[in-house]
Design a binder for this molecule. Structure first.
Ligand code: FUB
Length: 357
């Protein structure tokens, strides 16, 4: 009897909790569709929206943000954490794209590339990055191969919002776990670099076609030193974990990445800089602490219409967890010497003045 009563009490608490979570998620979903209606409603309503709360996307779980500025628009590519998990692990089948002109009104372009489009892959549609060259758009994506191991796929499109078409074979296929989390940058002299890797940071020199790389140079391994990446608890003994984000600003090269501090098994964000695109890298500091995190975090950085933004992910949507993440954004400023102070996870960002349509 007592047992039945306890069971009943547990069922009531559990159902209330589930209802609470579902209501929260439904409210977030409604808020998202309301803002979409406002977008369609026209100029007056759009000008009223001056702030967009985190997470950016409220109707599905998204992770691994990768911004790309093209023309007057910021495109945000993300991974997608499925609601239903398989084997209680990351369950990720497609990549999504969203765009904005003002950082508060977002257009959802939906699924733009998926495992179904890659005949040789069967799982793990992980952290991507996109870039434009000569009017074509390239989306670099880690995937799990049907015959085992991770590799980097490339989707090609004439449109930043896809759909993307797979090459039919992997671009980088070293056969180990380092073939994840590609980040791409084209330097002023036209040389394109594709960095990637966990637990080591590696790169290839992309050819101008962006779908092949210099095989003579091959896959170059960056020395994983404490001077470059600080002491930490990842496999190399440094803090470098995964999720590199490579770019140049005012002549200084930046490598931003997910990192593990000594004694920690949850990721914070950190950065290193270099005077050359291939190092040596010098550790710069912590970019975002691990507080309120969900094991992984993943950086994406963009300058857009005179503002600098760090995109990252948390588990803050209702039902959030390490396998149910949400993409967020924070505005920040560089110091005069190019260094970056630690950036706080925040509530959201303001509209860029004068950009609402
Ligand atoms: O989202 C799957 C993996 O988790 C990504 O590839 C990593 O960067 C980490 O976020």
């Amino acid at each position: 009897m007592k047992r039945n009563f306890l069971l009943l009490r547990f069922m009531i608490i559990f159902s209330t909790l589930m209802l609470f979570m579902q209501t929260g998620f439904a409210q977030q979903k409604n808020a998202q569709s309301k803002s979409t209606q406002q977008n369609k409603a026209g100029k007056t309503n759009m000008e009223e929206k001056t702030f967009h709360t985190n997470p950016i996307i409220k109707n599905i779980y998204t992770a691994d943000p990768a911004p790309m500025v093209y023309g007057d628009t910021l495109y945000l590519y993300t991974t997608h954490d499925e609601d239903q998990l398989i084997n209680n692990f990351y369950t990720m089948k497609d990549w999504r794209c969203f765009s904005t002109k003002d950082m508060v009104n977002w257009t959802d372009h939906g699924k733009i590339f998926s495992l179904d489009d890659i005949s040789w892959a069967d799982d793990r549609a992980w952290a991507p990055q996109a870039i434009e060259r000569n009017g074509k758009f390239y989306l670099y994506c880690p995937v799990h191969k049907k015959n085992g191991g991770m590799a980097i796929a490339v989707g090609v499109s004439d449109n930043p919002a896809g759909p993307f078409k797979d090459l039919g074979y992997p671009l980088v296929n070293e056969g180990d776990w380092n073939d994840i989390d590609p980040t791409v940058y084209i330097d002023d002299d036209g040389q394109a670099y594709l960095y990637f890797g966990n637990p080591e940071l590696r790169y290839v020199l992309l050819n101008e076609d962006m779908i092949s790389y210099n095989k003579k140079v091959g896959v170059v391994k960056i020395p994983m030193t404490v001077e470059s990446f600080a002491k930490g608890s990842h496999d190399t003994g440094t803090s470098y974990g995964e999720g590199p984000w490579f770019y140049k600003r005012n002549g200084l090269y930046y490598m931003v990445y997910a990192a593990f501090a000594e004694g920690k098994n949850i990721e914070h964000l950190a950065y290193s800089t270099s005077k050359s695109p291939t190092g040596p890298w010098v550790y710069g500091g912590v970019l975002m602490i691990d507080k309120d995190g969900v094991f992984t975090n993943h950086p994406g950085i963009a300058d857009f219409k005179g503002h600098s933004y760090l995109f990252y992910h948390t588990g803050q949507l209702p039902g959030g967890s390490l396998f149910h993440r949400s993409v967020c954004v924070a505005e920040f400023k560089y110091n005069d010497d190019g260094s970056i102070n630690t950036i706080e996870k925040c509530d959201g960002v303001n509209a860029i003045p004068g950009t609402a349509k």
